[in-house]
Design a protein. Structure first.
Length: 107
């Protein structure tokens, strides 16, 4: 497995860039949290209708695998440290898996 490229010494960040990075981190956290909540209407709709024939199990399990492997890749790229981006992907994988389970239960 290849290791991340090590760059030269970091130069100090301009204050505008620091502000941008802080705003980006907040936006990432906000949308990551909201994204986890967006799985709930689908899960609820399947539960309420007691039918999952309009939902593709293959799609949800593929999304689960994509999120899980991306989370693991990010974990490895961060020298096996659990960082925000990896946690978000693990959360998305869990929600996709849960949706897949609900689909199976109502088939």
């Amino acid at each position: 497995m290849s290791r991340p490229v090590v760059m030269g010494p970091k130069r100090p960040l301009a204050s505008g860039r620091v502000t941008y990075l802080v705003c980006l981190a907040w936006a990432f956290n906000l949308f990551a949290t909201v994204r986890l909540l967006t799985y709930l209407p689908t899960i609820w709709a399947i539960h309420e209708s007691a039918a999952s024939d309009q939902h593709s199990l293959l799609t949800w399990l593929t999304w689960c695998g994509a999120n899980l492997t991306m989370g693991l890749w990010l974990y490895e790229q961060a020298d096996q440290r659990l960082e925000r981006a990896a946690l978000v992907n693990f959360g998305n994988a869990a929600m996709c898996l849960f949706t897949g389970i609900v689909i199976v239960l109502y088939r």
